[in-house]
Design a protein around this ligand. Sequence first.
Ligand SMILES: NC(=O)c1ccc[n+]([C@@H]2O[C@H](COP(=O)([O-])OP(=O)(O)OC[C@H]3O[C@@H](n4cnc5c(N)ncnc54)[C@H](O)[C@@H]3O)[C@@H](O)[C@H]2O)c1
Length: 329
Amino acid sequence: MKILVTGGAGFMGSHLVDYLINEGNEVTVLDDLSGGFKDNVNKQATFMKGSINDVELVNKAVDEVDVIFHLAAYAAEGLSHFIKHFNYENNLIGSINLINAAINNNVKRFVFTSSMAVYGTNQTPFDESLTPNPEDSYGISKYAVERELAITHELFGMKYVIIRPHNVYGVRQNIGDPYRNVIGIFMNRIMQGKPPRIYGDGEQTRAFSYIDDIVPCLAKSAFIRAAEGQIINLGAAEPTNINDLAEMVLRAMGSNLKSIHTPPRHEVKHAFCTIKKSEEILGYKTKVHLMEGIQKMAEWAKRVGPRKSKVWEKYEVEKNLPSFWKVLK
Ligand SMILES: NC(=O)c1ccc[n+]([C@@H]2O[C@H](COP(=O)([O-])OP(=O)(O)OC[C@H]3O[C@@H](n4cnc5c(N)ncnc54)[C@H](O)[C@@H]3O)[C@@H](O)[C@H]2O)c1
């Protein structure tokens, strides 16, 4: 099958590409390397370097493709309030370019990695039947794309699947991004002799999901009839608070540092999902439990070493920006 993976040089995308190639598919990767790395891209994939905002390139990439996995995005929930224009251009308009091309090229199935961010503050555990209530620009853009896909199906018959992964972590995650992926941020800081920095009291909870448990289900979602037109949460069910998480990361990294706390930021306090639908439709199972996954990632992180933080050059809004993001510049 001919498959396009946008964001295939990134963390989840590159693992997905490996899996799809292993299964005998012909894979093209479209990625602008803004958050991913060329080294992540499977040598057997065709690599197109460029943005989903480049309409001409998108049309070329989608030509004669059967299935699209659309993962390209800048997924920094908290930061998205301060880079709204960039967020919507990259995550929403870029997705629309891809949807247009998919319609025009009669793509058979469009798999979109949305996010748990669409739920916002909502009743936990988040169930797919809840009415979304996104509280940040990133979540709003993801929800808008979800709606676009539903309407696109109604009008043009294009089949789609919406996957809402939650807090995926593991080998190849971009640990150099100081704005997202808490486990990677902690590891990168610890390797530089800096303690984990926790927003507020650290009692906020998330369910962390190891990449190896996610990828087969994500890949299969394009080929399972029961997944068509569905919204499916994907990831672990067990919530962990950030204080405990920091302790686990410190242990895995073999560090004696002690976490520090900063003032809280605007974020959803408790965010974890139901997994029944993914178990039933995609055969999801948590095989790699949190401490084991953190240990695997820590071994890898220590091998590759700390990554220089990529700091945002110019925030679009400076008002209410967390103070330590200001000093990153
Ligand atoms: N990792 C998670 O916990 C998680 C949770 C929920 C949803 N998601 C979604 O899954 C997808 C993959 O996330 P990830 O964690 O692998 O992130 P990632 O940053 O590692 O991967 C995203 C990739 O997209 C590329 N990209 C970004 N903007 C682009 C553009 N305009 N044109 C072309 N390429 C572009 C980046 O270079 C990067 O390689 C994203 O859509 C994200 O929103 C991730």
